[in-house]
Structures are given as structure tokens and as C-alpha cells.
Design a protein around this ligand. Sequence first.
Ligand code: SF4
Length: 370
Amino acid sequence: MESKPVSIYIHFPFCVKKCAYCAFFSVSGGNDEIYDAYTDAVIKRLRSIPRHRVKTVYFGGGTPTVLGAERLCRVLGAVSDTQEVEQDAEITLESNPGTVNSDDFYKLSAAGFNRLSIGLQSADDEALKVLGRIHDLKAFLDCYDGAAKYFSNISTDIIFALPYNRQSGKPSVGLHKTLEILKSIQVPHISAYSLILEENTPLSDYRNQYAFPDENGEEAEYNYICSFLSDSGYGHYEISSFALPGYESRHNIGYWKRESYIGVGPAAHSFYRNRRFSAPPDIGLFIRSADKPFMSDTDFAAAAEITADEAEEERIMLGLRTSDGVKLLGEKLKYAEKLADAGYGTIRDGIFSLNDKGFRVSNFIISGLI
Ligand code: SF4
């Protein structure tokens, strides 16, 4: 067995329907035949990975739950058979309302999944229509009820800076409602992302039909989320991540701490043996090459060894995403002291960490430090 522990990410690139803003690698219109072939390919690929101690496992997508609980349980069984999954490993499953029910949650929990992510995006049904989501608020709440019977560790994603906000500089009614609902059901973990208009998505093609908040409006919404959730008892532990105490995502913390992870599936990224690489975004190729040895279908163009300079840049870039911050020395520490004096964060024992104001302009701050 390899000495270093790893995390495992498995990508499930299937969705019921593509959302209007989505640029992730996923396809709609799958069927049992393709889901079976994909499941078998993932299991074969898992068998080719060297045995490690595994700290966290993450089933992401796409929408993994379109494959159904049985296939997902088979894949998790293969992870346990082929790896030394730690007793208290965090095992997360992404899901979306309308693709999973209470019986499924029972089976998934019994199989070992212990953390669930449910996509809400907004509690405003009009906004959900604009985003092209397949669910409405009621479907989310029903899904959450079913999940909460078997899972105590649940995360949900929300999107802000949505196009229905026509009053620049003021948080929208929809955002307020979204946060109030999540607070009332005490969702333990919330990830909040600003809507990004990706090229070649339907929402981008029709951008002129909607009113989008300007930069000030987007900033006002972000600040509103930060203060609302802080007042509601959530810790802001990463730019986009908020958690009640003890519910921080261990899997994501591993990414930000530059711990090793192995990605399985087309377009899945890995950081392994000091190399970052991803598999080509091609489901057919992944299935056809499932029998090949570990790493043989990876994107070797991106698999160069990380140099010491690159590692240092990553350490700063990823560390400043989190409230733990990053240790700095010399000129960099002096620069950080100026930023702290200007109200963007704090420095303790040479460790610079950003606050909400700093998170908002973290790209600018990071580019000044690397
Ligand atoms: S459910 Fe998620 S991955 Fe699937 S199309 Fe919508 S945004 Fe993309």
C-alpha cells in the first residue's frame, strides 16, 4: 500500500437536462445502457488505482444521482474493496432534486455515504426557470426532508448575482428568501457562487434579455450573504463556503491544502505524485479505455511535475481562499501587512488571512503576492 493518504473524486457526467448557465462537463439524455457501461468502467478504473489510505471520497457531477442508488452503491463498494477507506472518512454524494427519493437516501446512507450535497441555487421559482433547473422550491424542500431522515451532514449550493435582480446595489428579494429558508431548515453547509455567464451557454446567448447586477450589485449580494450567514451562526471558512461548526467540507479543505487526490472519470482532475492532470472530457473514450493501466488515459499535456515556484504560488493562492490563511515571509509579509492595515484581513504569527472584504477582492490580492 502507498504510504501517503489520498482523496478520491469520481465524476458522473450525466444530468437530466443541461441548465442554461452550465459549462461543466456533463451530458443529458443518458439511458440504462450507458449508465451501466459507465458504472462498469468506473469500477474497472478504480481497480487499477494503487491501494492507498483514503481520507475522503467525493461523487460529483453532473448529477450522480441520475444513475440511481444501486449503481452508486456498487461504485462505493468498489472504492471500499480496492482502497483502505478510513473509518471516519467523509463520503460525499452530489444530488439534485427530482433525481433521488427517500428510499434512495436510505440505501445510500446504509451503503456508507455520510455527506450529501443538494443543488438548490435559488428559492425563487422564477429564477430557477431562468437558470433552466428541473426543480422548483417545493421539490427541493421535499428532497431535503427525505435526505434529512438519513443524513445529518448536508450541503447546498446557491447562486447569487442572478439576472432577476434589477436593483443594482441592493440584495434581491429572492436571495433574502433563499437565505431565510436555508437558515430555517438549518442546512449545515452552504456554498454560494456568483453567476458566471460562460460562453456558449444558452443564458449567455440570451444575455440581452435579462438584467444582470453590475459589479456593485454583485458585491452587495456577496456582502449580504456573508453578514446574513455570519449572524446566523455560520463560519465563513472559504471564499464561497459557509458552515455551522464542525460541518466544513473535509474533501474541499484537502484541495486547498494541496493534499493528493485522484480523479476518476472524463474531465476529472487529479493531483498525484506532485503532478496535476485531468482525463479528456470524453465519455466514450473513458469507457473504451477502462481496462488500461492507471493514468494511461490522462491528459499528459497537463501532467508536468509541479516546480518549487509553482508549488509556492499554489500554496499562497489556495491558502488565501481559506480563513486559515497562509504563512508569509519577507517582502510578501510586508505587502500583506499593508493589506491588513487597509482592512482586508489579519496577520497573526506571520499568517495572513483574508476577511469578507478581502475575500471579495482575493484575485487582486493574490496576484500582488505571487
Ligand atoms: S445539474 Fe449541475 S452539472 Fe447538471 S447541467 Fe445543471 S448545473 Fe450543470
